[in-house]
Design a protein around this ligand. Structure first.
Ligand SMILES: [Mg+2]
Length: 267
């Protein structure tokens, strides 16, 4: 988008279906279209009305940036394809996978305790990380669907002993079917902080810059030539604005989950 494009702005729309002409002008003018998944294109990984049309119209320019920390991009692309939403795996930037990649890059030889799904466990093993059940150097917290209190206590023990905490995403919840909140990674982080108030963490997902920057790097676009479409003001819109991206807030798309604000980092 050129700076002279007066159409660029921070817009608010009700949902991905039935967006205004002004919003479409903004999207059509963008070099890269960055979109959130949950509450924008899908709910519980089921495509929302208008999502397939949106994906077709933005093909080749779309990057889906999600705080999802349960799936690999390949598995999520496959799941959505089976439900009628065709987005190539290479066009997903996911918090769980990026959290694994961050640990693999910064602490390649670390002993890592993973709280997460079997799918994220596979991603970590493929990244060459050494997974352990006790005395880790790093605890990686993702959306641990099968975690028991016993597992959370093992992580608390490790953090108390000085392990570094890396957190895929800070969301407390995401909207499930019928608007019922689903427990998210940030809620487990809040539990850790309740038990260990001095806990420091490195947070990977939105609103932090890494997912947005990765999406821009994929397309080689400058932030001012990108538009972010999201339903969460705290993560999607605040993060994108901080990057200098244009934004479209889908205000009526879903129940917006609250998010933990930016947390103290520990390198
Ligand atoms: Mg969302």
């Amino acid at each position: 988008m050129r700076s002279s494009d007066a159409i660029m702005a921070d817009l608010t729309e009700s949902g991905i279906d039935g967006m205004s002409e002004r919003a479409w002008q903004c999207i059509d003018a963008a070099q890269v279209v960055v979109a959130d998944l949950d509450g924008c294109l899908a709910q519980d990984n089921r495509p929302l009305d208008g999502a397939a049309t949106f994906v077709r119209r933005t093909a080749g320019r779309l990057v889906v940036v999600s705080n999802n920390s349960t799936h690999s991009a390949a598995a999520l692309a496959e799941l959505l394809r089976g439900r009628g939403l065709e987005i190539p795996a290479a066009r997903f930037v996911l918090a769980g996978e990026l959290a694994v990649a961050t640990v693999a890059q910064r602490r390649p030889n670390a002993r890592m305790m993973l709280l997460g799904t079997q799918e994220i466990r596979k991603v970590a093993i493929q990244a060459g990380l050494r997974l352990v059940d006790e005395t880790p150097d790093v605890v990686l917290l993702t959306r641990a669907l099968d975690a028991r209190v016993h597992d959370l206590e093992a992580a608390v023990t490790a953090l108390h002993a000085g392990a570094m905490l890396v957190v895929a995403n800070p969301d407390l919840s995401h909207p499930g079917a019928g608007g019922v909140p689903r427990i998210e990674t940030g809620a487990i982080l809040a539990l850790f902080k309740a038990v260990l108030p001095s806990t420091l963490s490195l947070v990977i997902g939105k609103p932090e810059v890494l997912l947005f920057q990765t999406a821009l790097d994929l397309s080689g676009a400058r932030p001012d030539r990108a538009v972010m479409i999201g339903d969460n003001l705290t993560t999607d819109i605040a993060g994108a604005r901080r990057m200098g991206m244009h934004t479209i807030h889908l205000a009526g798309a879903s129940v917006s989950p609250e998010s933990v604000s930016v947390l103290a980092r520990q390198e």
